[in-house]
Write a protein that binds this ligand. Structure first.
Ligand code: AMP
Length: 192
């Protein structure tokens, strides 16, 4: 299964991506996690990304696209992948489409996580306290939500036009949301 997950910060993408990837036996590729690991290790990529991450801004497209394309070229991605946090801009989505088209293995679905803003702010405040993520401070959270609205939300239309969009009600217990995702994906694979 070749999947991307779209949704604002705090929508539960990371949690669900891990569960869905496990279910399909494919890698879970979380761009935010890759950047955080690089920042922690002090790599060149980490240094390039850190200032953007701390501000709650997007890392420039060329940096992210090169990183993701390199990861998708790994053998373990041949059978599929769950991309979590990428694409976040139309430019990134187009680069992904081009690359997958060249390999003759297009994307199968784009899951879009629907959550109210009130619920997002509640979840993100909880995550800031639990994980000490610098980018989960309140002001930065608001900025990240704005960045999502401006740069990433257009991808909902982008994938809807391509017939790939699968909206998911992301409010509810973790297992319930996973079940909704699996049922929706199953419905696409076996159209009535
Ligand atoms: P996340 O853990 O997915 O919320 O990502 C944390 C931060 O990493 C984001 O706020 C961005 O600064 C950066 N980042 C992750 N994925 C991307 C992406 N696809 N494009 C640009 N920046 C990204």
């Amino acid at each position: 299964m070749r999947l991307v997950l779209l949704g604002p910060p705090g929508a539960g993408k990371g949690t669900q991506a891990a569960r869905v990837a496990c279910r399909f036996g494919t890698p879970h590729i979380a761009t935010g996690d890759i950047f955080r690991a690089n920042v922690a290790e002090g790599t060149e990529l980490g240094r390039a990304a850190q200032e953007y991450m701390d501000r709650g801004d997007l890392v420039p497209d060329d940096v992210v696209i090169a990183m993701v394309m390199e990861r998708l070229a790994d053998r373990d991605c041949q059978a599929g992948f769950v991309l979590d946090g990428f694409p976040r801009t139309v430019n990134q989505a187009e680069a992904l489409d081009r690359s997958l088209a060249e390999q003759g293995s297009p994307l199968e679905a784009a899951l879009s996580f629907d959550v109210t803003e009130e619920e997002l702010l509640r979840r993100l405040a909880g995550r800031a306290a639990a994980q000490h993520r610098a980018d989960d401070a309140e002001q930065t959270i608001r900025h990240r939500l704005e960045v999502f609205a401006i740069k990433t939300r257009p991808l909902i239309d982008y994938y809807a036009h391509r017939g790939l969009l699968v909206p998911v009600d992301a409010i509810g217990p973790i297992e319930v949301v996973t079940k909704r995702i699996l049922v929706a994906l199953d419905g696409r694979r076996r159209p009535a």
